[in-house]
Design a protein around this ligand. Structure first.
Ligand code: NAD
Ligand code: MG
Length: 388
């Protein structure tokens, strides 16, 4: 029986994880559940699952009156601590954004299996995360579907045998929109993803293709692959989750109808292939075909190119890209900037950074905080004044 800490339990990946755990009661138990602010949702989950304790990332609000009588802990430190506890076997990090970095480092530092959905911690934490993995002696299993696909296709083979990895992208809701119409995109349009149902931040990232840039950096870091050997192709139905071409000319792909429960099950159960138990039909070549692919419209979705360039340039750039993108998404969702200005916010922020190496978590935190302030810039400072 593996005891799982589900960080970000009230979110979309968190919900998928709790479903997978529910289907495998003899193998997994949700021992810790966390959320950021939504204590009512966390309370409902705790009543249902009766974990050892729960953690809210923020202090208890004034109206805090939980029905679940178990132990509540509060604050960002309690959150990261929960990831390193001795009674925990697997940490599933489904927190959104840079806020997930401390938990990633704590889990790996304590030698846990980290099932990682929080790609932002790999993008912003890069070498720090991989160093924590080596030092702590734990395991890092990707939950992101494309990286789960690559992990499954690699099946432990050396990166030196890989000719290239091709990550697939759905292309988002605007895949077929002409460039001039993109200026009219509203948050409601962008929140309507064609193939995946996900949290708001990653849904916007999928619409701008910033998500795919984050995933290229994630793949580079996870698999230690040079950027030259990572490609992206648009695949509108999200059936082929990614491909690995080996040096001998063979390409392997992992396929499945889009559901995060498949990569979650792999990350929790690896190296075993556990029973899916969803009663869903698997991939059917006739019904699910034809499988179509097309190139990324890099000129029309500039955050893709900017993100990959930031990853290649390294140092402060990926940290700043991630932070500025988080702020740009917030500003877009609150109506402060339009869809096309998302990239402007990120690009003008990146200009202020360099490829100076990130040596410590403090460095990463400093760059992250500074990039957020710069990204908010004239919009945020005049409006909310809450820049750090
Ligand atoms: P979501 O918005 O649905 O859920 C986010 C969770 O994180 C919530 O439980 C929330 O309470 C918690 N949280 C938010 N801010 C926090 C903070 N500052 N401190 C602590 N906890 C905080 O997001 P999601 O769609 O489930 O995505 C979670 C992560 O997984 C993201 O990094 C995303 O990129 C990645 N991911 C998601 C999917 C998907 O299908 N949703 C697929 C691949 C990767
Ligand atoms: Mg993905």
């Amino acid at each position: 029986m593996k005891r799982v800490a589900v960080l970000g339990a009230t979110g979309s990946v968190g919900a998928g994880t709790l479903e997978v755990i529910r289907r495998h009661p003899a193998r997994f138990r949700a021992a810790v559940l966390t959320a950021n602010r939504s204590w009512e949702a966390l309370d409902a989950l705790a009543l249902d699952r009766d974990p050892d304790f729960v953690v809210l990332g923020t202090p208890p609000p004034d109206d805090f009156a939980p029905r679940w009588g178990g132990e509540w802990r509060f604050g960002a430190d309690a959150l990261a601590e929960a990831a390193g506890l001795s009674g925990i076997d697997i940490v599933l990090n489904a927190i959104v954004g840079f806020a997930g970095l401390d938990a990633t480092l704590a889990a790996l530092g304590a030698g846990k299996r980290l099932a990682l959905a929080n790609k932002e911690s790999l993008v912003a934490g890069g070498d720090l995360v991989m160093r924590a993995l080596r030092r702590g002696g734990g395991e890092l299993l990707p939950v992101d579907s494309e990286h789960s696909a690559v992990h499954q296709c690699l099946a432990g083979r050396a990166v030196s045998e890989v000719a290239r990895v091709t990550l697939t992208a759905s292309g988002g809701p605007f895949r077929e929109w002409p460039a001039d119409r993109l200026a009219t995109v509203t948050p409601a349009d962008a929140l309507r993803h064609p193939t995946w149902s996900m949290g708001a931040k990653i849904t916007i990232d999928s619409a701008t293709l910033a998500n795919k840039a984050l995933e290229v950096i994630e793949a580079q870091t996870l698999f230690d692959l040079p950027y030259e050997r990572i490609e992206v192709v648009v695949h509108p139905t999200s059936i082929v989750h990614s491909l690995v071409e080996f040096r001998d000319g063979s390409s392997l792909a992992q396929l499945g109808r889009p559901s995060m429960e498949i990569p979650i099950l792999w990350a929790l159960g690896y190296p075993d292939r556990l029973d899916d138990q969803r009663q869903e039909a698997g991939f059917d070549p006739v019904r699910d075909g034809p499988l179509e692919f097309e190139p990324v419209r890099e000129d029309d979705f500039p955050l893709f190119r900017a993100g990959v360039a930031a990853g290649r340039a390294g140092g402060e750039f990926p940290v700043a890209f991630n932070a500025a993108n988080e702020i740009a998404v917030e500003m877009f969702l609150s109506g402060d900037v339009g869809f096309r200005e998302l990239a402007d916010v990120v690009l003008r922020t990146l200009e202020r950074f360099s490829s100076r190496a990130i040596e410590s978590v403090e460095d990463a935190r400093r760059v992250d905080a500074r990039a957020r302030t710069i990204a908010r810039g004239p919009y945020g400072e005049s409006k909310s004044g809450d820049a750090e």
